[in-house]
Design a protein around this ligand. Structure first.
Ligand SMILES: [Ca+2]
Ligand SMILES: [Ca+2]
Length: 326
C-alpha cells in the first residue's frame, strides 16, 4: 500500500490550472509553500461561464433536483468526446490554505477555503480535515458536514458541472490507497451538503466536462482513436452520479487510427473476450507493444477500459491490454 505523508501540500494546489494543464506534481511545490502557512492561489486559464441566477436556487434543497433553466442541449453520442474539456482547464480559481499537524500517533491535514458554491452572493466556508492514519475525513461547508473515508486526498477543484443551474461543485481528487485515483463530487445548496458520487479514473488528468452536467473519463483506448470514442458518460440524477453506457456496436469491426503513441501489451490469441487473462509473470515484457500515432487498428471487442480485442496493422489478431495493477 502506498502512503503519502505530505498531503498538505498537495491539496492546495488543487485548483491550479495554468496555461497548460499543469499537473499535480507542479502543484505540489505550491502546496509545500502553503504548508508553511502561506496562501496558494490557484489560477485557471479557462473560467467557466456560470452567471449566477439567484432567484431560484437559494431555497433549493440538496434533496431536490437543481433548478435548471430551459435550454435544449444536444443529445450526447459516443462521438462527442471533443465537446468535453479536462478538469484542469475548466476548474474555477479558488484559494485554499492548509496545515498539517503531527503527533506521535496521528497526522492530520486541514485545508480551508472560501468560495460561493451555491452562487447566492455569499462566500461559503470550506473546511476539510483528514486523518492519514484512519483515512477518515470531515468536509464542512458552513454548517453542513460530511464524514467519510478517503485514502490520499491530493487536489481540490471547483467546477461548474452544469452551467444552467446555480450550483458549482467541489471535487476532491483522491489518489487512492495504491495509485487508484478517484474523483469525489460534492454539492452544497446553501443548506445541505451532498456527496454526489465518485468516479474512478486511471490517472488524475483524464476526467472532462461539457458544462451541461455530463462527465466523461479519458482513460480508455477508445478516447485515443481518431475519431475518438466515448464508452460512457456520467451525469447527476437525484443528487447522485449515474453512469450511462453507449451502444458501441457500430464501433466494432471498424478501422481507426491511433491519435497518440500507445504503449500497451498485446497477446496474439484466439482466446479473446472477457475471460482473457493477461500474463503478468516475469515474461510480461514479451508482450509489450509500442504502437505509433497514425497506426491503424481494427477494434473487434471492448471488454473494459483495459482490455480490447484488436487487429493490428500487421494483421495479427489478439488482445490489447494495459497494466493497471500494483
Ligand atoms: Ca454561498
Ligand atoms: Ca452550475
Amino acid at each position: 500500500m502506498k502512503r503519502r505523508i505530505n498531503k498538505a501540500g498537495i491539496l492546495i494546489i488543487t485548483m491550479t490550472m495554468l496555461l497548460s494543464l499543469v499537473a499535480c506534481e507542479k502543484n505540489k511545490d505550491n502546496l509545500d509553500a502553503a504548508k508553511q502557512g502561506d496562501t496558494v492561489e490557484a489560477t485557471s486559464d479557462t473560467e467557466q461561464s456560470a452567471e449566477p441566477t439567484t432567484e431560484a436556487t437559494m431555497e433549493a434543497s440538496a434533496t431536490e433536483e437543481p433548478v435548471v433553466e430551459e435550454e435544449p442541449i444536444k443529445e450526447l453520442t459516443y462521438q462527442d468526446f471533443d465537446s468535453f474539456q479536462p478538469i484542469r482547464e475548466v476548474a474555477i480559481p479558488c484559494t485554499f490554505e492548509s496545515k498539517e499537524e503531527n503527533d506521535n500517533q496521528n497526522t492530520t491535514y486541514e485545508a480551508t477555503g472560501s468560495y460561493d458554491l451555491n452562487q447566492d452572493g455569499t462566500d461559503d466556508t470550506i473546511l476539510f480535515k483528514h486523518d492519514s492514519d484512519t483515512y477518515e475525513y470531515s468536509l464542512q461547508i458552513n454548517e453542513a458536514n460530511i464524514t467519510d473515508f478517503m485514502a490520499t486526498p491530493e487536489c481540490f477543484y471547483i467546477v461548474d458541472l452544469d452551467k444552467r443551474d446555480t450550483y458549482q461543485e467541489l471535487v476532491i481528487y483522491d489518489n487512492g490507497m495504491s495509485d487508484d485515483p478517484c474523483f469525489n463530487f460534492y454539492r452544497y445548496d446553501g443548506n445541505n451538503l451532498v456527496l454526489l458520487g465518485m468516479i474512478g479514473s486511471l490517472s488524475d488528468s483524464t476526467i472532462s466536462f461539457d458544462g451541461y452536467g455530463r462527465i466523461v473519463k479519458g482513460d480508455s483506448l477508445l478516447n485515443r482513436l481518431s475519431p475518438s470514442i466515448i464508452p460512457a458518460f456520467y451525469e447527476v440524477e437525484k443528487n447522485e452520479l449515474k453512469m450511462h453506457d453507449f451502444d458501441l456496436s457500430e464501433v466494432l469491426n471498424q478501422e481507426y487510427s491511433l491519435s497518440v503513441d500507445e504503449n500497451a501489451y498485446f497477446c496474439e490469441t484466439d482466446q479473446v473476450g472477457e475471460d482473457f487473462i493477461p500474463d503478468w509473470s516475469e515474461n510480461m515484457q514479451d508482450y509489450e507493444i509500442n504502437l505509433k500515432a497514425g497506426d491503424k487498428i481494427m477494434v473487434k471487442g471492448i471488454y473494459d477500459s483495459e482490455r480490447y480485442w484488436v487487429v493490428l496493422p500487421d494483421g495479427r489478431s489478439g488482445m490489447l491490454y494495459y497494466w493497471i495493477g500494483d
